[in-house]
Design a protein. Structure first.
Length: 271
């Protein structure tokens, strides 16, 4: 997961392919929750700003340090060229990765941003010697595959968007071991980290927002290191309204539409 996170140049896709319509998001907290956003650490910090060749070489180093082996580790010629992928790659203990692994992602007609990103990430994984193919799949089909206990071990990779509440307690929902999807929860990767679970228990019992933020950032540091998810991007909310209309507020999470039109009874019409 760390190697895939390193080789995946999300900024390139967002800025050059998707023309800046979405904002890179490394951690669990949307940038609008400024006080909650934790400093980026771990592999994402180590690989930030690297070019394609450097990302490939760093990713290979991560695999090697993790006990992976290969008969040939491949190479990268630099520039915009694709890497020559490693061959005979094996995980720790000499286990050969499965063949024909699928990355389920929404199709272009439903979610063109994630569909596009899935093609690039699958390609980067192929450059690491992993047999991965992006598979456009219906949203509900993906949900049924990854969020039901009976299917919890029958997939390799998926990509979906989130809808979050204003109070950011979602990391516990996603990664506390008690919420494992095999037991009916939302922890689809089956992430199990005792330190994270203990911090989440403290977070749930926190008496002040400042205490909750401090605990949340400690939890985030573990997620940056372990990488159960590779977080991709956030799409800003853009709204247009006439300059003859004055709302009681315009700086709000999820935009005015999410508040019921900015409390319509308080809207003023300028003469």
């Amino acid at each position: 997961r760390q190697a895939v996170a390193c080789i995946s140049d999300k900024e390139f896709v967002l800025n050059n392919i998707l023309q800046g319509v979405a904002v890179n998001m490394d951690g669990q907290m949307p940038e609008a929750l400024t006080a909650w956003v934790a400093p980026v650490t771990g592999v994402l910090a180590d690989c930030a700003g690297l070019n394609a060749e450097e990302r490939f070489n760093k990713s290979v180093e991560i695999l090697q340090a993790g006990g992976w082996t290969a008969s040939d580790w491949g190479s990268h010629a630099g520039g915009a060229e694709r890497a020559v992928a490693p061959t005979g790659i094996k995980g720790p203990g000499g286990v050969t990765p499965p063949s024909d692994m699928l990355l389920y992602a929404p199709g272009a007609g439903y979610d063109p941003l994630r569909s596009t990103m899935s093609l690039f990430i699958a390609d980067w994984m192929q450059q690491l010697g992993l047999d991965v193919t992006a598979r456009p799949t219906g949203f509900n089909v993906i949900v049924d595959k990854v969020f039901t206990p009976e299917n919890c071990e029958d997939w390799y990779f998926y990509m979906l968007g989130w809808g979050l509440s204003a109070f950011p307690n979602h990391p516990g929902d996603f990664f506390n071991s008690k919420n494992d999807t095999c037991e009916g929860g939302y922890n689809t990767p089956g992430f199990n980290n005792a330190e994270f679970d203990a911090l989440d228990a403290e977070f749930q019992a926190a008496k002040t927002i400042s205490d909750a933020i401090a605990l949340s950032q400690k939890m985030e540091a573990i997620l940056f290191e372990e990488m159960p998810y590779l977080v991709l991007f956030n799409v800003p909310t853009l709204e247009v309204y006439r300059d003859t209309v004055e709302f009681p507020f315009t700086d709000v999470l999820d935009g005015l539409t999410g508040t019921g039109g900015g409390y319509a009874s308080l809207v003023k019409v300028k003469s």
